[in-house]
Ligand binder design. Structure first.
Ligand SMILES: Nc1ncnc2c1ncn2[C@@H]1O[C@H](COP(=O)(O)OP(=O)(O)OP(=O)(O)O)[C@@H](O)[C@H]1O
Ligand SMILES: [Mg+2]
Length: 239
């Protein structure tokens, strides 16, 4: 579905991605893991057209995205939920959701999408007309994901959806991501929360210094000795 082929990209003279390649298969959950500053968010910005790629190619359903504008990438079916709290606090839940539907002209479709999001996220329903600044951290994260769903994406890209959430709320957000996936949306997930990502993903890429240093089915990654010692070893409840 999505192919990132050996891309390089960066900010001014600073090259961050050094031959980055990933492949996302339709109807899967794919995870990208790696430490701070290794280029995870930069990869997502390149895919969604927010950052120019200096070499390599990115294709979605067989067509290159390199000269496609970010808003047209959304129209092709890719939604991007950025890292951190990205809701507009003074705008209501409704207004925040409507922002995600800016590329849809048909009001009926917009109304249906809002109903679909509210049905699956009842806590947003009771706060529909409230400013989103009053929502809890977990609710704001749900709202960001809901806004991503408003464009009817085929591929939903999530950058650290569990960041700054308590383990319990992070788990709720993750259960919700699984539900979205089961409804037929392909998911590309970036995480620092290795444990959560390895719980739900089918395939995993590990990044270091702007390139992939390991990739495998998540089942195999979970068993890998390096992963156990680097990422899972010091956490409570290790196996
Ligand atoms: N707009 C920017 N201008 C200049 N440098 C940037 C910019 N955005 C990111 N960088 C640099 O690019 C590198 C990779 O950043 P990126 O945001 O991709 O990391 P990340 O893997 O997402 O890390 P984290 O897990 O902390 O979010 C970092 O060294 C960062 O300082
Ligand atoms: Mg990041």
């Amino acid at each position: 579905m999505l192919d990132v082929k050996n891309i390089t990209a960066g900010y001014g003279k600073l090259q961050i991605l050094n031959g980055m390649s990933i492949h996302v298969v339709k109807n899967t959950i794919t995870a990208i893991l790696g430490g701070n500053g290794c280029g995870k968010s930069t990869t997502l910005k390149a895919i969604t057209g927010l950052l120019k790629v200096t070499s390599g190619d990115i294709t979605f359903e067989g067509e290159s995205l390199l000269r496609v504008k970010p808003q047209d990438i959304v129209k092709r079916g890719i939604a991007y939920v950025t890292q951190g709290k990205d809701v507009f606090p003074s705008m209501t839940v409704e207004e925040n959701l409507l922002l995600g539907a800016y590329c849809i002209k048909d009001r009926k479709v917009i109304k249906n999408n809002i109903e679909m999001v509210l049905e699956s996220m009842p806590r947003l329903k009771t706060r529909f007309k409230s400013p989103s600044g009053v929502l809890s951290g977990g609710e704001q994260q749900m709202l960001s994901i809901g806004r991503g769903l408003m464009s009817n994406p085929k591929l939903l890209i999530l950058d650290e959806p569990s960041a700054a959430l308590s383990p319990k709320i992070a788990e709720e957000v993750y259960d919700h991501i699984v539900k979205i996936h089961k409804s037929g949306v392909t998911i590309l997930l970036v995480e620092q929360n290795v444990r959560a990502a390895l719980r739900i993903s089918g395939y995993t890429y590990i990044l270091s210094e702007g390139r992939v240093v390991m990739e495998d089915t998540t089942q195999n990654i979970r068993k890998h000795p390096d992963i156990k010692s680097f990422y899972l070893g010091n956490l409570p409840g290790k196996k």
